[in-house]
Design a protein around this ligand. Structure first.
Ligand code: BG6
Ligand code: MG
Length: 231
Protein backbone atom coordinates (compact mmCIF):
# COMPACT_ATOMS: atom_id res chain seq x y z
CA UNK A 1 0.00 0.00 0.00
CA UNK A 2 2.70 2.38 1.11
CA UNK A 3 4.84 1.37 -1.89
CA UNK A 4 1.90 2.09 -4.22
CA UNK A 5 1.53 5.61 -2.84
CA UNK A 6 5.24 6.22 -3.25
CA UNK A 7 5.06 4.97 -6.82
CA UNK A 8 2.23 7.38 -7.56
CA UNK A 9 4.15 10.21 -6.00
CA UNK A 10 7.22 9.39 -8.07
CA UNK A 11 5.09 9.21 -11.21
CA UNK A 12 3.52 12.61 -10.55
CA UNK A 13 6.85 14.22 -9.66
CA UNK A 14 8.40 12.75 -12.77
CA UNK A 15 5.58 14.12 -14.92
CA UNK A 16 5.84 17.52 -13.28
CA UNK A 17 9.43 17.88 -14.39
CA UNK A 18 8.76 16.51 -17.88
CA UNK A 19 8.25 19.89 -19.57
CA UNK A 20 11.46 21.90 -19.57
CA UNK A 21 10.65 24.34 -22.36
CA UNK A 22 7.61 26.15 -23.77
CA UNK A 23 7.76 27.18 -27.43
CA UNK A 24 5.23 29.80 -28.50
CA UNK A 25 3.88 30.59 -31.94
CA UNK A 26 3.44 34.37 -32.30
CA UNK A 27 0.51 35.23 -34.56
CA UNK A 28 -2.71 34.00 -32.92
CA UNK A 29 -1.03 32.93 -29.65
CA UNK A 30 0.83 36.00 -28.30
CA UNK A 31 -0.82 38.63 -30.52
CA UNK A 32 -3.68 38.68 -32.99
CA UNK A 33 -2.05 39.92 -36.17
CA UNK A 34 -4.37 37.91 -38.46
CA UNK A 35 -6.51 41.03 -38.91
CA UNK A 36 -3.49 43.04 -40.16
CA UNK A 37 -2.44 40.22 -42.49
CA UNK A 38 -6.03 40.12 -43.78
CA UNK A 39 -6.23 43.88 -44.36
CA UNK A 40 -2.92 43.95 -46.24
CA UNK A 41 -3.78 40.92 -48.41
CA UNK A 42 -7.26 42.35 -49.01
CA UNK A 43 -5.75 45.63 -50.24
CA UNK A 44 -3.52 43.68 -52.63
CA UNK A 45 -6.41 41.48 -53.80
CA UNK A 46 -8.56 44.58 -54.45
CA UNK A 47 -5.74 46.16 -56.44
CA UNK A 48 -5.49 43.01 -58.57
CA UNK A 49 -9.28 42.63 -58.87
CA UNK A 50 -9.20 39.27 -57.00
CA UNK A 51 -11.68 37.81 -54.53
CA UNK A 52 -10.42 37.37 -50.98
CA UNK A 53 -12.65 36.91 -47.93
CA UNK A 54 -12.06 36.63 -44.18
CA UNK A 55 -12.96 32.97 -44.59
CA UNK A 56 -10.14 32.57 -47.16
CA UNK A 57 -7.81 34.28 -44.66
CA UNK A 58 -8.13 31.24 -42.36
CA UNK A 59 -6.15 29.25 -44.93
CA UNK A 60 -3.20 31.63 -44.52
CA UNK A 61 -2.73 31.15 -40.77
CA UNK A 62 0.71 29.73 -40.00
CA UNK A 63 1.57 29.75 -43.71
CA UNK A 64 4.58 31.66 -45.10
CA UNK A 65 4.19 34.98 -46.94
CA UNK A 66 5.04 33.48 -50.34
CA UNK A 67 2.72 30.52 -49.88
CA UNK A 68 -0.07 32.86 -48.68
CA UNK A 69 0.13 34.79 -51.96
CA UNK A 70 0.11 31.55 -53.95
CA UNK A 71 -3.04 30.42 -52.12
CA UNK A 72 -4.83 33.70 -52.96
CA UNK A 73 -3.78 33.40 -56.62
CA UNK A 74 -4.84 29.73 -56.75
CA UNK A 75 -8.26 30.54 -55.25
CA UNK A 76 -8.75 32.95 -58.14
CA UNK A 77 -7.22 30.71 -60.82
CA UNK A 78 -4.52 33.29 -61.53
CA UNK A 79 -0.91 32.52 -62.46
CA UNK A 80 1.98 34.97 -61.90
CA UNK A 81 5.71 34.71 -62.61
CA UNK A 82 8.19 34.33 -59.76
CA UNK A 83 9.32 37.95 -60.26
CA UNK A 84 5.72 39.20 -60.11
CA UNK A 85 5.06 37.14 -56.97
CA UNK A 86 8.15 38.58 -55.26
CA UNK A 87 6.98 42.10 -56.07
CA UNK A 88 3.41 41.47 -54.91
CA UNK A 89 4.50 39.82 -51.64
CA UNK A 90 6.83 42.74 -51.00
CA UNK A 91 4.01 45.25 -51.60
CA UNK A 92 1.75 43.39 -49.16
CA UNK A 93 4.54 43.35 -46.59
CA UNK A 94 5.05 47.12 -46.87
CA UNK A 95 1.37 47.68 -46.02
CA UNK A 96 1.51 45.04 -43.25
CA UNK A 97 4.62 46.62 -41.67
CA UNK A 98 2.92 50.04 -41.75
CA UNK A 99 0.20 48.56 -39.54
CA UNK A 100 2.30 46.47 -37.14
CA UNK A 101 4.74 49.35 -36.61
CA UNK A 102 1.90 51.01 -34.67
CA UNK A 103 1.28 48.01 -32.40
CA UNK A 104 1.24 48.58 -28.63
CA UNK A 105 1.69 46.35 -25.55
CA UNK A 106 -2.09 46.42 -25.02
CA UNK A 107 -2.41 44.22 -28.13
CA UNK A 108 -0.85 41.25 -26.30
CA UNK A 109 -3.54 38.56 -26.07
CA UNK A 110 -4.96 38.03 -22.54
CA UNK A 111 -2.72 35.93 -20.31
CA UNK A 112 0.11 35.54 -22.83
CA UNK A 113 2.72 37.71 -21.15
CA UNK A 114 1.70 36.47 -17.69
CA UNK A 115 2.16 32.82 -18.69
CA UNK A 116 5.53 33.46 -20.37
CA UNK A 117 6.70 35.26 -17.21
CA UNK A 118 5.38 32.43 -15.00
CA UNK A 119 7.36 29.88 -17.05
CA UNK A 120 10.55 31.92 -16.71
CA UNK A 121 10.04 32.36 -12.97
CA UNK A 122 9.64 28.57 -12.66
CA UNK A 123 12.89 27.92 -14.55
CA UNK A 124 11.14 26.70 -17.70
CA UNK A 125 12.87 27.87 -20.87
CA UNK A 126 10.88 29.94 -23.35
CA UNK A 127 11.24 30.19 -27.12
CA UNK A 128 9.40 31.77 -30.00
CA UNK A 129 8.69 29.60 -33.06
CA UNK A 130 7.04 31.66 -35.79
CA UNK A 131 6.84 31.66 -39.59
CA UNK A 132 6.84 35.45 -39.59
CA UNK A 133 9.86 37.41 -40.79
CA UNK A 134 8.43 40.37 -38.86
CA UNK A 135 8.55 38.60 -35.46
CA UNK A 136 11.26 40.80 -33.93
CA UNK A 137 9.48 44.02 -34.83
CA UNK A 138 6.24 42.78 -33.30
CA UNK A 139 7.97 41.56 -30.11
CA UNK A 140 9.72 44.93 -29.73
CA UNK A 141 6.50 46.88 -30.27
CA UNK A 142 4.66 44.88 -27.60
CA UNK A 143 7.65 44.90 -25.22
CA UNK A 144 8.20 41.12 -25.14
CA UNK A 145 11.50 40.89 -27.06
CA UNK A 146 13.53 40.12 -23.91
CA UNK A 147 11.24 37.32 -22.68
CA UNK A 148 12.46 34.46 -24.89
CA UNK A 149 15.65 32.41 -24.49
CA UNK A 150 15.54 31.64 -28.22
CA UNK A 151 13.74 33.33 -31.10
CA UNK A 152 13.29 31.26 -34.25
CA UNK A 153 11.38 33.14 -36.93
CA UNK A 154 10.81 33.09 -40.68
CA UNK A 155 14.30 34.45 -41.29
CA UNK A 156 15.91 31.39 -39.67
CA UNK A 157 13.99 28.53 -41.29
CA UNK A 158 13.84 27.17 -44.81
CA UNK A 159 10.95 24.72 -44.38
CA UNK A 160 7.48 25.98 -43.46
CA UNK A 161 5.14 24.36 -40.90
CA UNK A 162 3.94 21.53 -40.92
CA UNK A 163 7.65 20.76 -41.24
CA UNK A 164 8.98 20.72 -37.64
CA UNK A 165 12.17 22.70 -38.49
CA UNK A 166 11.13 25.90 -36.66
CA UNK A 167 10.39 24.05 -33.40
CA UNK A 168 13.36 21.66 -33.61
CA UNK A 169 15.67 24.65 -34.08
CA UNK A 170 14.07 26.28 -31.06
CA UNK A 171 14.59 23.17 -28.92
CA UNK A 172 18.19 22.82 -30.15
CA UNK A 173 18.97 26.47 -29.38
CA UNK A 174 17.54 25.98 -25.87
CA UNK A 175 19.44 22.70 -25.45
CA UNK A 176 16.23 20.84 -24.50
CA UNK A 177 15.16 17.48 -25.99
CA UNK A 178 11.99 17.68 -28.15
CA UNK A 179 10.07 15.31 -25.83
CA UNK A 180 10.59 17.82 -23.00
CA UNK A 181 9.10 20.70 -25.04
CA UNK A 182 5.52 21.86 -25.44
CA UNK A 183 4.42 24.04 -28.33
CA UNK A 184 1.52 26.52 -28.16
CA UNK A 185 -0.11 26.85 -31.59
CA UNK A 186 -3.26 28.25 -33.19
CA UNK A 187 -2.77 26.82 -36.70
CA UNK A 188 -3.37 23.25 -37.87
CA UNK A 189 -0.03 23.29 -39.72
CA UNK A 190 1.68 24.37 -36.48
CA UNK A 191 0.05 21.61 -34.42
CA UNK A 192 1.17 19.09 -37.05
CA UNK A 193 4.70 20.55 -37.02
CA UNK A 194 4.96 20.14 -33.24
CA UNK A 195 3.76 16.52 -33.41
CA UNK A 196 6.16 15.79 -36.29
CA UNK A 197 8.96 17.17 -34.10
CA UNK A 198 8.09 14.76 -31.28
CA UNK A 199 6.81 17.53 -29.00
CA UNK A 200 3.69 18.00 -26.93
CA UNK A 201 1.27 20.62 -28.23
CA UNK A 202 -1.42 22.81 -26.73
CA UNK A 203 -3.87 24.13 -29.32
CA UNK A 204 -5.05 27.72 -28.98
CA UNK A 205 -8.47 28.02 -30.62
CA UNK A 206 -11.23 25.55 -31.30
CA UNK A 207 -11.07 21.79 -30.49
CA UNK A 208 -12.89 21.03 -33.77
CA UNK A 209 -10.01 22.54 -35.76
CA UNK A 210 -7.05 21.63 -33.53
CA UNK A 211 -8.17 18.15 -32.47
CA UNK A 212 -4.70 16.63 -32.87
CA UNK A 213 -3.30 18.73 -30.00
CA UNK A 214 -2.85 17.19 -26.51
CA UNK A 215 -5.48 19.64 -25.35
CA UNK A 216 -7.04 22.84 -26.67
CA UNK A 217 -7.61 26.16 -24.86
CA UNK A 218 -9.32 29.32 -26.07
CA UNK A 219 -6.26 31.38 -25.05
CA UNK A 220 -3.20 31.49 -22.81
CA UNK A 221 -5.34 33.11 -20.11
CA UNK A 222 -6.61 29.54 -19.50
CA UNK A 223 -3.07 28.13 -19.22
CA UNK A 224 -1.18 27.57 -15.97
CA UNK A 225 2.00 25.86 -14.80
CA UNK A 226 -0.21 23.21 -13.15
CA UNK A 227 -1.66 22.31 -16.58
CA UNK A 228 1.84 21.46 -17.82
CA UNK A 229 1.60 18.38 -15.57
CA UNK A 230 -1.26 17.09 -17.74
CA UNK A 231 1.05 16.78 -20.74
C1 BG6 B 1 2.60 33.50 -39.60
C2 BG6 B 1 1.16 33.91 -39.88
O1 BG6 B 1 2.87 33.64 -38.24
O2 BG6 B 1 3.50 34.30 -40.34
C3 BG6 B 1 0.89 33.84 -41.36
O3 BG6 B 1 0.27 33.04 -39.18
C4 BG6 B 1 1.92 34.68 -42.10
O4 BG6 B 1 -0.41 34.29 -41.61
C5 BG6 B 1 3.32 34.22 -41.74
O5 BG6 B 1 1.72 34.58 -43.50
C6 BG6 B 1 4.42 35.03 -42.43
O6 BG6 B 1 4.42 36.33 -41.91
P1 BG6 B 1 5.32 37.51 -42.45
O7 BG6 B 1 5.24 38.55 -41.37
O8 BG6 B 1 6.72 36.98 -42.62
O9 BG6 B 1 4.75 37.95 -43.74
MG1 MG C 1 -0.21 31.32 -35.53
Amino acid sequence: MQAGCDDNFYFRSHNMSNIKACIFDLDGVIVDTAIYHYQAWKRLANQLGLNFTEHDNELLKGVSRTRSLEIILELNGVVKTEAEKTELASQKNTWYVEMISKMQPDEILPGAKEFVLACRAAGIKTALGSASKNSMMILEKIGMDKLFDAIIDGNKVSKAKPDPEVFLKGAAELGIAPENCVVFEDAIAGVEAAIAGGMKVVGIGSPEVLGKANFVLSGLSEMSLAKLDEL
